[in-house]
Design a protein around this ligand. Structure first.
Ligand SMILES: Cc1ncc(COP(=O)(O)O)c(C=O)c1O
Length: 422
């Protein structure tokens, strides 16, 4: 096999660059807020964020004192009842949402259904629901289900094609459902331009922020976005299956009717009345009894962002992904890897994806060497960086490890296309 050995000069150069960038890192102290296992390079925080140090003591308190001792009184005395709105506001601060517009709870899929169905109701007479053909599967499936139930036609239009599509058919569009970051390639779309284009057609926009919240500044209010959803377990590091969230712009609250009018979203939930009257504001988007253990774990996790400026997060994230792209160029391109992540910083989220026919086997082999990334079928290796804890040195280690694994063929090349479930 023909490989290009890393020259000593190349390795020294990349090491020096990594060390200099890490020495200048203004967010370096935030890494201590995470309990990262030693000798592991964790590059899968865009799938499951690592454990924040604040979570175990809070969870212990919630279980032993709040639940164990204070029992049902905790709904009032320990702030359990307000938790969905309180945690929603904390997330709101990370996504440019003023208080009172975000509620936390349920899964992203449930929140997507709620948001899409509610958004369709706000545009009666419109017959099209638009989604990205490359959207995450749950977004595509839920959009198709909502379109079918509401008698709309589903159109799969990529963000690049949207302006032209809206010029031709915009007056028929009810809702456009997009993500700012492509979960496979890490491409970042222009949220401002797309939101404006959708509003130009008097349609509504729903953003899925799973791969953006906590990774880059998002300005929902400033952009006048209509709806947004996202999960709590990726960059927000709220734990496996952490509650998701729903944002609805305040101007839509009075008309908002959700498809799941559960009792906790009632104007008088303890009045136990026969008929449903929605609570004022975003509280009407509450559904059932909130999952307190995971909600309070998420709340504790979010303290990792205390005093952290998202502009600095974005700057460091771009430095990290830019450095990883450089490592890939120098060390991995000669071995048949190609990057599918845009080099233009304005078009890059917080991950780098590399194409290789043995992506699955290589991801497993990397994990055996303590570098945890993931893959997306059929052939993409995904490296998620989180500016709160990832270092440039770790990225160089990952790239070197991948180079060695590929060059020495230290992986089982049996083709497989399914990745680990995350
Ligand atoms: C963009 C996007 N939306 C939704 C989800 C998952 O939805 P849920 O939290 O309901 O599993 C993911 C998971 O990776 C995702 O990447």
């Amino acid at each position: 096999m023909t490989t290009t050995p890393t020259t000593t000069a190349q390795a020294t150069d990349l090491t020096e660059v990594a060390e200099r960038l890490d020495a200048d890192d203004t967010l370096a102290h935030v890494r201590e807020r995470f309990l990262l296992p030693p000798h592991v390079v964790y590059l899968d925080g865009n799938s499951l964020g690592p454990l924040p140090a604040a979570v175990p003591p809070v969870l212990a308190d919630v279980v032993t004192r709040q639940w164990g001792t204070d029992l049902i009184g905790s709904w009032n005395d320990n702030g359990w009842w307000e938790a969905p709105l309180r945690v929603g506001d904390t997330i709101g601060a990370l996504i440019g949402a003023a208080p009172g517009q975000t509620v936390a709870g349920d899964s992203t899929s449930v929140q997507l259904f709620t948001a899409l169905d509610a958004a369709v109701s706000l545009r009666p007479g419109r017959t099209l629901l638009v989604t990205d053909p490359d959207h995450f599967p749950t977004d595509r499936y839920v959009a198709a289900a909502v379109a079918e139930r509401r008698g709309l036609d589903l159109r799969r239009v990529s963000p690049a094609e949207l302006p032209r599509f809206l010029r031709d058919e915009g007056d028929r569009v009810a809702v456009v459902s997009y993500s700012p970051v492509d979960f496979r390639t890490g491409e970042l779309f222009d949220m401002g331009a797309l939101t404006q284009a959708v509003h130009g057609a008097d349609a509504l926009i729903l953003w899925d922020l799973c791969h953006a919240a906590g990774a880059l500044p998002v300005e929902l209010d400033f952009l006048e976005a209509d709806f947004a959803v996202g999960c709590g377990y990726k960059f927000l590091s709220g734990g496996p299956g952490a509650p998701a969230y729903l944002y609805v712009a305040r101007r839509h609250h009075h008309e908002l009717r959700t498809p799941l009018p559960g009792w906790t979203g009632h104007a008088d939930p303890f009045g136990l009345s026969r008929d449903y009257t929605p609570a004022p504001g975003i509280a009407r988007a509450r559904i059932g009894t909130p999952p307190i253990l995971s909600l309070l774990a998420l709340e504790a996790a979010l303290t990792a962002y205390d005093g952290v400026d998202l502009t600095a997060v974005r700057a460091k994230s771009l430095s990290l992904t830019g450095f990883l792209l450089r490592c890939a160029d120098d060390l991995l391109t000669p071995l048949g890897f190609t990057s599918v992540t845009p080099t233009d910083p304005d078009r890059r989220g917080s991950q780098v994806s590399l194409r290789h026919p043995h992506a699955h086997a290589l991801t497993r082999a990397l994990a055996d060497r303590g570098v945890i990334a993931d893959m997306r079928a059929p052939d993409l290796l995904r490296f998620g960086v989180n500016a709160l804890y990832t270092t440039h040195r770790e990225l160089l280690t990952a790239a070197q490890c991948l180079r060695e694994t590929a060059a020495e063929r230290e992986y089982d090349p049996t083709p497989r296309t399914t990745g680990p479930v995350t």
